[in-house]
Design a binder for this molecule. Structure first.
Ligand code: NDP
Length: 333
């Protein structure tokens, strides 16, 4: 148990927002620790990132590693653990003969392992949406996947059905076609709505006969033989059959903001479930800042480039907050 040291700042989330926040915090001379589940967060699932300035093309995993190296070069630690809960405790410290009582956040990994901090940035991104249909849970990891970037290589010369119709689904179709012999995109509407560049790539794959889009159709069941996926059942016939044979099903239907940790603190959410932050990334709880895919400002545009700006701003705001609270503890002031 580590409840002696109180960090200036703990950042929960090791994606673009969280890691950028740490880079800025270190330069503000704030003692800081990053605790995250996955390096890079959602971008680690990106097969190719081609809209991040400075890199014409880079994998999400490589980008995450570069961010981690940058954070560590500035002296902060990135710890890969799952936070169990956040508690708010009040702490009395004696500085320059003055007793001060201030808000401290306690980050609980489990009963034995807890970390304390005077300011907290939560940048826990978003979580993949489930279809909640028969067979989905049963065949998870046995053909059902939520990450084409991670799992497409396992479907070499096999058939894959991708569900969804926006950027993840269509870029996923393009990526998966590098391995699979046949890729279906099954979309509930009549026109794909991904970036034009992905649609162009996908049309080429359709033109080659390797890709097929099934429009205006929902998958209502994932079928299998008890050990692996064998097909998907459709809500309307396609080529006179109500099912499509497939070895894999990639569910790429978006995500929900990862707000479960902050909800128990009484953080204000908007009607879409994203955390409400002001222009400086302050939440309604003093000392708690949020950034990245989980905040209302990202509801319509979940991009690493946006998360990075929010992460830097959250760190700057945390610095201002700490300065107001008790400047002497901030190194370098
Ligand atoms: P989105 O939320 O943008 O799209 C989800 C897709 O899944 C939509 O087509 C939606 O249908 C469909 N869908 C949602 N729920 C269901 C359901 N229950 N049944 C069937 N279909 C469903 O998620 P993405 O993951 O595609 O993208 C998230 C963010 O990440 C976006 O901002 C995107 O731009 C970004 N991104 C960017 C990439 C890039 O290369 N630039 C790559 C991947 C993601 P409908 O259209 O009917 O709403």
């Amino acid at each position: 148990m580590n409840n002696q040291l109180v960090y200036d700042l703990i950042i929960i989330g090791a994606g673009p927002a969280g890691l950028t926040a740490s880079i800025y915090a270190s330069r503000y001379k704030l003692s800081n620790l990053v605790i995250g589940k996955t390096l890079g967060g959602e971008i680690s699932l990106a097969h190719k990132v081609e809209n991040y300035p400075g890199f014409i093309s880079i994998s999400g995993l490589d980008l995450g590693e570069k961010w981690q190296q940058h954070v560590e070069a500035l002296g902060a630690q990135v710890m890969f653990k799952e936070v169990g809960r956040i508690n708010i405790v009040s702490k009395t410290t004696k500085k320059e003969n003055l007793a001060q009582s201030s808000r401290v956040f306690e980050i609980e990994i489990n009963e034995q392992e807890k970390y304390q901090t005077r300011a907290l940035i939560v940048a826990t991104g978003s979580e993949r949406k489930r279809l909640n249909i028969a067979g989905e849970k049963e065949y998870m990891g046995k053909g059902v996947s939520y990450c084409h970037t991670c799992d497409a290589p396992f479907f070499k010369e096999k058939t894959v059905a991708i569900i969804g119709g926006a950027d993840s689904a269509v870029s996923g179709g393009v990526h998966t076609a590098e391995y699979a012999s046949k890729v279906y995109i099954i979309y509930r509407k009549d026109e794909l709505r991904s970036e034009p560049i992905w649609q162009e790539e996908w049309q080429k794959i359709e033109g080659s006969g390797k890709g097929e889009t099934i429009y205006n159709t929902n998958v209502i069941e994932i079928q299998g033989d008890g050990t692996k996926v064998t097909g998907v059942k459709l809500d309307k016939p396609y080529k006179k059959s109500d099912s499509v044979k497939t070895d894999g099903v990639f569910i790429e239907i978006g995500s929900v903001p990862g707000t479960s940790l902050v909800q128990s603190l009484g953080v204000k959410l908007d009607e879409t479930g994203h955390v409400v932050v002001d222009d400086n990334m302050n939440t309604n709880i003093p000392g708690l800042f949020c950034a990245g895919d989980m905040v209302s400002k990202s509801a319509k545009f979940k991009q690493a480039t946006l998360a990075i700006g929010q992460g830097s701003l959250a760190a700057a705001s945390a610095y201002q907050y700490l300065k107001k609270q008790s400047a002497p503890s901030i190194r370098g002031i």
